[in-house]
Design a protein around this ligand. Structure first.
Ligand SMILES: NC(=O)c1ccc[n+]([C@@H]2O[C@H](COP(=O)([O-])OP(=O)(O)OC[C@H]3O[C@@H](n4cnc5c(N)ncnc54)[C@H](OP(=O)(O)O)[C@@H]3O)[C@@H](O)[C@H]2O)c1
Length: 304
């Protein structure tokens, strides 16, 4: 498993997201997490809102895994705060501090390794976020901070106030949902693909040393693309390359992201151990330039 820098940490370039586990039995959660650990994935992505109730997935993870202190030290736990389901977003001091305290209880741990602000809050007061981060850091409750779904300018605004670096920005990215990559390729053309939807976030993160994390790596418009009969061209290319490299289509779809030189961390959302193992084979798979661009074209993007 290839490792990448994320702030001061060295982390696997594939993480396991736990958005879909709150209804799973303990044994199934242990199988899923075990498959990740066996594949070299020791980075786990949560959010306070994942599951059927607030903190439900975090709680199920802790209940099923029952980590000893030594086992807890072996893994990296990332969670997110800032969304109020059905209401909007809340980056206020009180909300961020209380959300993290509840996450710590649900996860049955004394610290969050990485905390992300889940989606930009239009009413954000950056000095309040800074105060919340200081308090959480000084109390030893959060070790590093990042964002999710943020533009470069939103990150800069926050960065003017907070005293610790933004270590990660988690964004939606797969071969079928790739505006952060596709836009730059089509720059200065009169195509929809040339539309700037994120302020050049990928280049910004590379320039600033912020790790990009890819959520929904197997999803996109129309849902999961592997095996989708509406995407015959893409699946034909994925299947052919999978046979060439003696891996599965999941590994090729993962490698399309990990092959990018930005050192992107893929956040898997599958609930199936076999798909975790299959994707892990894409961690360091060296797709050639022609292969990478062929997959990109087959997903419907333009190479002018
Ligand atoms: N920051 C954010 O705003 C944000 C938003 C969404 C998610 N996330 C994070 O990102 C993680 C991943 O997101 P995601 O669950 O949407 O990603 P994903 O890995 O793209 O999975 C999406 C769905 O695709 C299915 N799938 C995966 N491989 C497949 C295959 N080979 N064939 C058919 N279906 C397949 C999965 O079902 P199976 O379980 O049946 O495999 C799952 O329901 C989440 O767990 C969460 O941690 C973050």
């Amino acid at each position: 498993m290839k490792h990448i820098p994320l702030g001061a940490l060295s982390v696997p370039n594939i993480a396991l997201g736990l958005m879909r586990i709150s209804e799973m039995e303990d044994a199934a959660i242990r199988d899923l997490v075990g498959a990740a650990r066996d594949s070299g994935i020791d980075f786990f992505d949560h959010a306070d809102i994942y599951g059927t109730a607030l903190h439900a997935s975090e709680r199920r993870f802790a209940e099923a895994m029952r980590f000893s202190p030594a086992e807890r030290d072996e893994i990296t736990i990332q969670t997110k705060a800032g969304i109020i389901p059905g209401v909007g977003y809340d980056f206020s001091y009180d909300h961020l501090v209380s959300a993290v305290e509840e996450s710590l209880r649900a996860l049955n741990t004394d610290r969050i390794d990485v905390l992300l602000l889940h989606r930009p809050d239009a009413l954000m007061e950056p000095d309040e976020v800074a105060r919340a981060f200081d308090r959480l850091y000084d109390d030893g409750k959060v070790r590093a901070f990042g964002v999710s779904n943020h533009t470069p300018r939103q990150m800069e605004l926050l960065g003017r106030w907070i005293r610790r670096p933004i270590v990660a920005n988690q964004m939606q990215l797969s071969v079928t949902h790739a505006p952060m990559i596709a836009q730059g390729i089509a720059a200065n053309t009169l195509t929809d693909q040339a539309t700037d939807r994120d302020g050049g976030v990928l280049d910004y993160c590379r320039l600033e040393g912020v790790a990009v994390q890819a959520w929904s790596p197997m999803g996109g418009p129309g849902g999961p693309f592997i095996g989708d009969p509406n995407r015959p061209e893409l699946n034909a290319v994925l299947d052919r390359l999978a046979a060439d490299y003696d891996v599965t289509a999941e590994a090729i779809a993962t490698a399309w992201i990990t092959r990018h030189p930005a050192n992107i961390q893929v956040v898997l959302g599958t609930t199936r151990p076999d798909r975790v193992r299959a994707s892990a084979a894409g961690s360091a798979l060296p797709l050639t330039r022609p292969e990478w661009y062929e997959i990109f074209r087959a997903a419907g993007h333009v190479v002018p």
